[in-house]
Design a protein around this ligand. Structure first.
Ligand code: ACO
Length: 383
């Protein structure tokens, strides 16, 4: 008699390893980065300081932050050959394909001349330098992509601006008011890290083979693209566009649920009573609604949330407030998930370095349920 294997579909509920980078506690609805509640970080820190925290385990002092900022500014420019390759990506390809391709080329340039795959995984110092390089150049890639699709010339980075303000400058050609920069900075911090989510786990799987950090990030970008993960922030805006305004929420939802549609921006594998990041991002969205005088956005948001939660008991995740927030800031809908990449690259790279610091090849087992052993017709075994 064979015993049924204990399958954990989707690895649900499986604890794979320790991590010191973040702690998700669905019971208390909290998320800590290196021990700090994420809402406290979002309210007080620039994104560069949170990147430092994720990589080093401590918030930077003034000198450390200044050093990171100097390095970040030195890598902000989009190299001409990377720009040329982006230009070869079809203009109607999804921007995530553009970002994935550009990140891959950044890696190939950086690792050029490496003799053997045996050297790929790199030292801790090399991987920190690679992480900073990707962190610094991704805003230029994302901003260039949005401007390219709009038929606009690229904008060079400005050394006098911090990360968030410079990102907005390179995308829009002006620096919006503080309230917008602050909301954008908060969104980057909230998106930065979330333990063993699908894209981070993908990065760790790739790193565990002793491949290189860039390959792990490129794989993670692929995982993030899916609408069950990062692609949901874009999908939320599609839903908002379909619904139109708050008065249409009820009939739209009746129809959507009758067709068993998934309502993007709701639900979470870990949080079942609400995503810990939502209140902070919702507060940022509220400031944007106020700033731009777009009350109808908040009405639609609130109505869909209350209707869906009361019918299904499934709560919004971070993508729900961030989608409309990025829309109000002026980002095109397909650019939303690339923004998530620019933020999450900090968490991915922190996890890649943590994985390598005490590596074990990630290789789970499967239970076979295909045909019984059979043989190719005409095959005659060698004597
Ligand atoms: N809309 C409608 N029904 C939903 C939703 C939703 N957003 N989320 C879950 N459900 C329902 C499922 O249909 C399922 O119902 P059933 O048992 O009757 O079949 C039940 O709730 C359980 O759903 P699963 O998808 O099995 O739950 P899981 O924990 O695997 O899913 C997930 C989590 C994938 C995030 C899911 O909630 C979902 O697809 N949400 C929409 C996509 C989304 O917003 N993703 C962003 C995730 S957060 C982030 O990346 C920042």
């Amino acid at each position: 008699m064979t015993t049924e294997p204990d399958i954990k579909k989707g690895l649900a509920g499986v604890v794979v390893d320790y991590t010191a980078i973040s702690k998700v506690n669905p019971e208390t609805n909290s998320l800590l980065y290196r021990g700090y509640p994420v809402q406290e970080l979002a309210a007080t820190q620039p994104f560069e300081a949170v990147a430092y925290l994720l990589w080093h385990g401590e918030l930077p002092d003034e000198v450390q932050l200044a050093q990171l900022r100097t390095l970040e500014r030195s890598y902000r420019h989009l190299p001409a050959d990377v720009r040329a390759v982006i230009d070869r990506v079809p203009i109607d390809a999804h921007p995530m394909d553009e970002v994935r391709t550009a990140a891959s080329l950044i890696g190939a340039r950086d690792l050029a001349g490496m003799g053997s795959v045996l050297d790929a995984s790199g030292s801790a110092e090399e991987n920190l330098a690679r992480s900073i390089r990707l962190f610094a150049v991704l805003p230029a890639i994302v901003a260039y992509g949005q401007r390219r699709r709009r038929g606009l010339d690229p904008i060079e980075p400005r050394d006098d601006l911090d990360y968030a303000a410079n990102f907005l400058w390179m995308t829009f050609g002006d620096v919006p008011e503080d309230v917008v920069v602050d909301a954008f900075n908060r969104s980057m911090i909230l998106y930065a890290e979330h333990s063993f989510n699908a894209s981070t786990f993908t990065a760790r799987v790739i790193a565990s083979t002793l491949s290189d950090l860039y390959s792990a990030v490129v794989g993670a970008i692929g995982a993030l693209k899916g609408p069950l993960h990062g692609g949901a922030n874009e999908a939320v805006l599609h839903i908002f566009d379909e619904i139109g305004d708050a008065s249409n929420v009820v009939p739209w939802l009746d129809e959507a649920l009758a067709h068993k549609r998934k309502i993007m921006g709701f639900g979470h594998r870990v949080y079942k009573r609400g995503d810990s990041r939502v209140p902070t991002m919702k507060a940022a969205l509220d400031t944007l609604v106020e700033h731009y005088g777009r009350q109808e956005v908040a009405e639609l948001y609130d109505k869909l949330e209350s209707e869906f939660v009361s019918r299904k008991g499934i709560y919004p995740n971070l993508d729900y407030p961030s989608g409309p927030a990025y829309n109000l800031m002026g980002f095109d809908t397909p650019t939303f998930t690339p923004l998530f990449v620019a933020a999450r690259v900090t968490g991915w790279t922190a996890h890649i370095m943590e994985q390598l610091a005490s590596n074990a090849l990630i290789r789970p087992l499967s239970a076979y349920n295909g045909p019984d052993e059979r043989h190719v017709e005409g095959y005659v075994p060698d004597e």
